[in-house]
Write a protein that binds this ligand. Sequence first.
Ligand SMILES: NC(=O)c1ccc[n+]([C@@H]2O[C@H](COP(=O)([O-])OP(=O)(O)OC[C@H]3O[C@@H](n4cnc5c(N)ncnc54)[C@H](OP(=O)(O)O)[C@@H]3O)[C@@H](O)[C@H]2O)c1
Length: 292
Amino acid sequence: MYLVTGATGQIGRRVVRLLRERELPVRAFVRLTSRYGELENRGAELYIGDLLEDRDIQKGCKGVEYIISTHGSGSGNAQALDYRANIDLIDQAKEQGVRHFVFISVLGSDRGYEDAPVFKAKRAVEKYLEVSGLNYTILRPAGLSSNLLPLAEQFRQTGIYLLIGDPNHRTSIVSTDDLAQIAIDSVTVEGARNQIFAVGGPDVLKREDIPRIFSRIFNREPIIINPPLFVFDGVRNALGFVNPQARKGLGTLRTLLGNEFFCTPAEIATLESVYNLKLESLESFLRRYLGT
Ligand SMILES: NC(=O)c1ccc[n+]([C@@H]2O[C@H](COP(=O)([O-])OP(=O)(O)OC[C@H]3O[C@@H](n4cnc5c(N)ncnc54)[C@H](OP(=O)(O)O)[C@@H]3O)[C@@H](O)[C@H]2O)c1
């Protein structure tokens, strides 16, 4: 039995779909408020609980052999969700004799970004998992291609693309479908055991390439709105006066906007070779989903 946390999220939903396509037994950890109908229809067992409750985690882990942890807080409660819930999952995995634990981290988790609670939580979990005695695979993805689908739809309607910060910053956006497959294959591929992988798409893109790709797909000239990063900082600081917590939460987004997140060609070659797959380009992913 596979336990998938974050089963209604961008990655988790695809992990559950793929596991069910392979007719493997899956327990999807979902909240009562989550949109889990599709997962049930695909034959996943639902476990309704809250990752903020350690008792729910204990019960959700009963009898599982594999855990794929894909949940995340966004910029919300990193301490409770990205850190504590994963530590509890790892502890339960040990108790249950889980055979493999797959953890979705983030590219750059090891760069010591002090202002980014999610990055710090991910690194702390990685370290805990590495010495847990469990078989594990840690995946550090760059940005997900599925994040761009709503932006592409917006572009289709308006031609507008909002690009905050440096347009020349590089990124290796990964197909969310490829990432889901990599997560699943991590438990069986020998070369993935007890490894950490940077996970990106096949191309190193500049951020300004994204509206160009949209432009090709929709055959429409892009209108790029490009506020500099200090505008974001100004808004963030102003928000800090009324809501210091919200200001803190935006640290992860600030880190994402202010830095480059791309994989080297060597890292991509390793990934393709270990997992025996050809990574999909961003343009191909978008065309597939947007039907163009
Ligand atoms: N998105 C990116 O570009 C990106 C890049 C690198 C790494 N990552 C990492 O990849 C992972 C997945 O990202 P994603 O974009 O697929 O996430 P997502 O779409 O935001 O989904 C988050 C998932 O976590 C679940 N969740 C949140 N709070 C929960 C709680 N208290 N109890 C139970 N479940 C809870 C959500 O359930 P509900 O449906 O109920 O809200 C949802 O299924 C995250 O760890 C993220 O840090 C993401």
